[in-house]
Ligand binder design. Structure first.
Ligand SMILES: Cc1cc2nc3c(=O)[nH]c(=O)nc-3n(C[C@H](O)[C@H](O)[C@H](O)COP(=O)(O)O)c2cc1C
Length: 336
C-alpha cells in the first residue's frame, strides 16, 4: 500500500490493531482506515490533496465542482497514481455536468461518491447500477429523510458552524446531529465545527459515525491555497467568520475588507456581489488576505498551526483515544 501512514501510538509498523478499533459502518462505506472524511473544496481538493488524505487513512476526495471533464479525469488519475487507497469524488448535483462527473467516477473505478446541493434521487438508479456507494450532504432533517428514502448509504449533516456553503436554518452541529441520528437508520457523518480531536469525540458522542473536516485541513502543508489564507486560518478566532450570500447560497468565509463592504449592503446586493466576485478568487493569482473570498468555519479558533496532514491525523487519532479514556474514567470509573 503506497504511503499508508501508520498512526499507532507505539509507532509499530503494523496498523492492524488501530484499524480494527476504528472500523464501523462508515469505514465500510468509505473503505478508509478511519471514519474521517476530507471535506470537498472547490478548486482546492484535487488529486494530490485527496491522495494525501487517503494515505493518512482518511477518505480523500476530489471536488468535481468547477472542473472540466478532462480535468476531473486527470485529477482522479493523479490521485490514483499517488495512492492505492480509496479516493472519492464530490458531485454537486445542481451543476450541469453532474452526470458527466458521475460517469467519470464510474469509469475511473471510484467506489464511493459524495453528493451535495441537489436531490440525490436523480442519480440513484445509475449509482446503484454501477455498484457505487453514495454519501449525501444535508443541512436539515427533512433533507436527511428524503435522502434516506432515495436510497443513499449515509448522510453528512452540515451544521451552521461549517466553512463554505451551509444551510439556511442556522442550526448548529451540536443540535442537528443527534436529531438526525435519531431520525434515520443510515449512518450520519457530522460536519461543521470539528477542528481537533475534542470535536471528533464530541461528534461521535452525538451519534455520528464519521466526521467531515474542511477548515482544519486548509491549514495543512498539502492544501493548495495561498499562504495568506493559511496564515489567516491560524490567526483568526471563531468570531472572525461571516456569512456571505445569505439569500441565495449562504457561504461562511473569513472576515476581511471584502466582507466588510458586503456587510454594509442589502441581501440582494450582497448576493450579486458574491456572484460577481466568483468563488474561485481564493485560489487564483493576485488575491490577497483583504480581497479574497476565503471559505472558513468557526472551528478556525482551534487551528493554530500549519501542519502536515500526517501530523494532523496522528493528533486526531491519538488525542481521540486519550480523550475517550479520560471520559471513560470520568463516567465509567470509580465507585457507585
Ligand atoms: C475553503 C473551503 C472550501 C469549501 N468548498 C466546498 C465545496 O466546494 N463544496 C462543498 O460541498 N463543500 C465545500 N466546503 C465545505 C467542506 O466540504 C466541509 O463540509 C466543511 O468545511 C466542514 O466544516 P468545517 O469547515 O467546520 O470543518 C468548503 C469548505 C472550506 C473550508
Amino acid at each position: 500500500m503506497s504511503g499508508q501512514t501508520d498512526l499507532r501510538r507505539d509507532g509499530a509498523s503494523s496498523s492492524e490493531s488501530t484499524r480494527g478499533r476504528w472500523q464501523n459502518r462508515m469505514t465500510d462505506i468509505l473503505g478508509s482506515t478511519y471514519p474521517i472524511i476530507q471535506g470537498a473544496m472547490r478548486m482546492i481538493t484535487l488529486g494530490e490533496m485527496a491522495a494525501a488524505v487517503s494515505n493518512c487513512g482518511g477518505f480523500g476526495q476530489v471536488a468535481a465542482s468547477g472542473l472540466s471533464n478532462d480535468k476531473l479525469r486527470a485529477e482522479l488519475k493523479r490521485a490514483q497514481e499517488l495512492t492505492d487507497r480509496p479516493v472519492g469524488v464530490n458531485i454537486p448535483i445542481y451543476r450541469p455536468n453532474a452526470f458527466d462527473a458521475l460517469e467519470i467516477a464510474i469509469e475511473m473505478g471510484v467506489k464511493t461518491v459524495t453528493t451535495s446541493a441537489g436531490n440525490p434521487a436523480k442519480m440513484m438508479e445509475r449509482i446503484r447500477e454501477a455498484g457505487l456507494r453514495v454519501v449525501h450532504k444535508v443541512s436539515n432533517e427533512s433533507m436527511a429523510m428524503k435522502a434516506q428514502t432515495a436510497g443513499v448509504d449515509a448522510v453528512v449533516v452540515t451544521g451552521f458552524e461549517a466553512g463554505g456553503h451551509i444551510g439556511r436554518n442556522d442550526v448548529s452541529t451540536l443540535c442537528m446531529v443527534p436529531q438526525i441520528a435519531d431520525a434515520v437508520d443510515i449512518p450520519v457523518v457530522a460536519a461543521g465545527g470539528i477542528g481537533d480531536a475534542r470535536g471528533l469525540v464530541a461528534a461521535f458522542a452525538l451519534g455520528a459515525e464519521a466526521v467531515e473536516i474542511g477548515t482544519r485541513f486548509v491549514a495543512t502543508s498539502e492544501c493548495a491555497v495561498p499562504t495568506f489564507f493559511k496564515e489567516r486560518v491560524c490567526l483568526a478566532s471563531s468570531d472572525e467568520t461571516f456569512i456571505l450570500g445569505k439569500k441565495e447560497m449562504p457561504i461562511r468565509v473569513l472576515r476581511n475588507k471584502a466582507t466588510e463592504t458586503v456587510e454594509k449592503m442589502g441581501e440582494e446586493e450582497a448576493d450579486e456581489f458574491l456572484k460577481q466576485s466568483g468563488d474561485s478568487s481564493y485560489v487564483t493569482e493576485g488575491g490577497n488576505r483583504e480581497n479574497a473570498t476565503m471559505p472558513c468555519g468557526q472551528s478556525v479558533g482551534v487551528v493554530k498551526q500549519v501542519m502536515g496532514l500526517e501530523q494532523v491525523f496522528v493528533e486526531l487519532v491519538e488525542q481521540a483515544v486519550c480523550i475517550s479514556e479520560r471520559l471513560g474514567n470520568l463516567f465509567g470509573g470509580g465507585e457507585r
